[in-house]
Structures are given as structure tokens and as C-alpha cells.
Design a protein around this ligand. Structure first.
Ligand code: ADP
Ligand code: MG
Length: 302
């Protein structure tokens, strides 16, 4: 689902819980996806410049949060990036290198001041025709946190939720002596499952943003799926991937994108100031840099 492999690990067989989470994700994909014509997000996008659209209240609340983050981090995280994502189609069969004019046209539409929210009616209005929302950099974090709540409701205390790049561990690991989880950090230059090292942690979220999952190469240049809302091109810096450890997956998702844009030096500085948030960067040349909280304690390289 959601263009990735999703897994849920429990310590005991429980088909009711598994089915309920499966159903939750199927419904959510239908509501939140920017790639399905019948989703709530597509309905908003189709009515851009025409009418406000009333949406499901969970969709409204997530858009509201995402808009706050977009205004907080205007240089990086931007939910109005939809026209550029659709233009490049990175990770989809139509992926290609657009020309400068096409990019310029889309750039004018990546404007969060054109997003109007009506709290009373749960309505979303995109003021300019052609504007498009894209929740791709926040939705999975939100889903992981929601699944956590569903599991709590079923009194499931220990589990691993893995939404492909978004891992959330709950409670404690029932099969290790120290009851800690070991979260592996994928080596971006190696095949899936080959890790650079691992982090031992108690219940936590680990979210990775990077260039090595969805990209294409043209004339020796790598074009990946995280688009710079200021230039319209995939962000150019020396970060290959950044993994954020935090308590909430939604927060981790947003910070992973912001940290990706900030680059290693500024990103480490920024995250060192955040309480209970840690990061591991891997640069394009394979250098590993971690925040102070991970440096001496729980990060162990292979
Ligand atoms: P992943 O999909 O690996 O979790 P991200 O969390 O960084 O990676 O999200 C990337 C997705 O978010 C893209 O596929 C696209 O849908 C959307 N996106 C791309 N650039 C931006 C951006 N600058 N701000 C917000 N969303 C973006
Ligand atoms: Mg992400």
C-alpha cells in the first residue's frame, strides 16, 4: 500500500487487530492519496480556483497541521508542492526531466498563502487554479501514530509498525534480554537489508528521508523525489539520507524532510536543540554523522 511495503509485527497472533489495521490503511489511502482521483485530496485539488471543498475531519486536521509546518519551514517542507511532484512524477512510470518553463509555471503555484481553511465547515480552498496539495511527506507519519492509537485501544502494548521508511516501536522488545529494540539504519549504497549500524532504543519512532528509494538518473545526474520548493528541482546537497528518532512519527516525518534540506552541519545544530529528537545523517560519500545524544550511547556501527 501507499507505494511501499507495510508491516506490522506483534508478539501474539491476533487476526482481529491485523484486519482492523489493514482496513484503517485501506480507507486512509483512499482518503489521503494525491494519486487517486477519488481521494479527498484530489477533490480539493480538482476544485482549485473554483470552490472550497468540505472534507473528512481527519483529513482537514492533518492538512491544518501540515500547513502550520509549511509556514514554520517555508524553505523546505511545503504541502503546496503538488504541481511539481506531478510534473516530475519521480518514482512513477512517467518520471522525466521537465524543462525550465514548465518548472517556472509550477513554482508560482507552490504558494501556501493560497490555501484557505474553514475550521467550522472543515472546508479547504485552494485559491489559484492549478494549485495542488501533496501530503506525501507527512501522511505516513500520521498513519503510524494513528495505528499506535488503534493498537492501544486493543490493549496491544508491544509491537513494531513499519510503513516503509517510517518505523514505530511500541512498548518493549519481548525477545531480547534488555527489552530494547534494535533499529537498523539502511546503507543507502547497498541492497535492502544491509545496514550501516543500529540504534538500541526503547519505544520510539525512526523516520528516514533520502535520495536512494525514489529517483532516476539522467546524463549522470541523480534526480530524487524531495523537491526544493524554491527552485522546483530536487534538492541539491550532499545528504544521502537522514533518519530522525523522536517519539511521534508525524513529528519525525516533518523533521526528516526539514533536516534533509538543512544539510548535515545546520541540521545537526538544529536537532541538537530539540528535546528528545536525534538524527543520523549519511552523506553521499558515505560519511555518517549523528547528533550528540546518539554519538556516544546507542548508535553502533557494523
Ligand atoms: P518518503 O516518501 O521517503 O517518506 P519524504 O517524507 O521526504 O520521503 O516525502 C517525500 C514525498 O513528499 C514526495 O514523494 C512528495 O510526494 C512530497 N514532497 C516532495 N518534496 C516535498 C517538499 N519540499 N515538501 C513537502 N512534501 C514534499
Ligand atoms: Mg517520509
Amino acid at each position: 500500500m501507499m507505494g511501499t511495503l507495510i508491516s506490522l509485527s506483534l508478539f501474539e497472533k491476533n487476526d482481529i487487530v491485523v484486519n482492523s489495521i489493514y482496513k484503517y490503511l485501506a480507507i486512509s489511502e483512499k482518503l489521503f492519496s494525491a494519486n487517486r482521483n477519488d481521494s479527498e485530496i484530489s477533490k480539493i485539488n480538482q476544485q482549485a480556483g473554483k470552490h472550497p471543498v468540505q472534507v473528512n475531519s481527519n483529513v482537514f486536521q492533518l492538512i491544518k497541521k501540515a500547513l502550520i509546518f509549511s509556514k514554520l519551514y517555508p524553505e523546505s517542507f511545503n504541502i503546496a508542492v503538488g504541481p511539481l511532484v506531478k510534473l516530475w512524477q519521480i518514482g512513477f512510470s512517467g518520471q522525466h526531466l521537465p524543462n525550465d518553463d514548465e518548472i517556472k509555471k509550477c513554482l508560482c503555484l507552490v504558494d501556501t498563502t493560497g490555501i484557505e481553511l474553514d475550521d467550522v465547515k472543515d472546508e479547504v480552498f485552494l485559491k489559484y487554479p492549478g494549485m495542488e496539495l501533496d501530503l506525501g511527506a507527512i501522511a505516513k507519519g500520521y498513519f503510524a501514530d494513528q495505528i499506535h492509537l488503534i493498537l492501544k485501544k486493543y490493549s496491544i502494548n508491544n509491537a513494531i509498525i513499519d510503513l516503509g521508511g517510517n518505523v514505530l516501536t511500541l512498548g518493549s522488545n519481548q525477545i531480547t534480554m534488555d527489552h530494547k529494540w534494535q533499529i537498523g539504519i539502511q546503507d543507502p549504497r547497498s541492497k535492502r537489508g544491509n545496514i550501516l549500524g543500529s540504534v538500541a532504543c526503547r519505544a520510539c519512532s525512526a523516520v528516514t528521508s533520502g535520495v536512494s528509494e525514489r529517483y532516476f538518473i539522467k546524463k549522470g545526474h541523480l534526480y530524487h523525489h524531495i523537491i526544493n520548493p524554491k527552485t522546483g528541482y530536487p534538492l541539491e546537497n550532499n545528504v544521502s539520507q537522514v533518519t530522525i528518532f523522536s517519539s511521534s512519527s508525524l513529528e519525525g516525518e516533518v523533521i526528516s524532510t526539514v533536516a534533509f534540506f538543512a544539510g548535515v552541519v545546520n541540521g545537526i545544530r538544529l536537532i541538537n536543540k530539540m528535546k528528545n529528537v536525534e538524527a543520523i545523517y549519511v552523506t553521499r560519500t558515505g560519511q555518517i554523522v549523528t547528533t550528540a545524544g546518539l554519538r556516544f550511547r546507542n548508535f553502533q556501527t557494523r
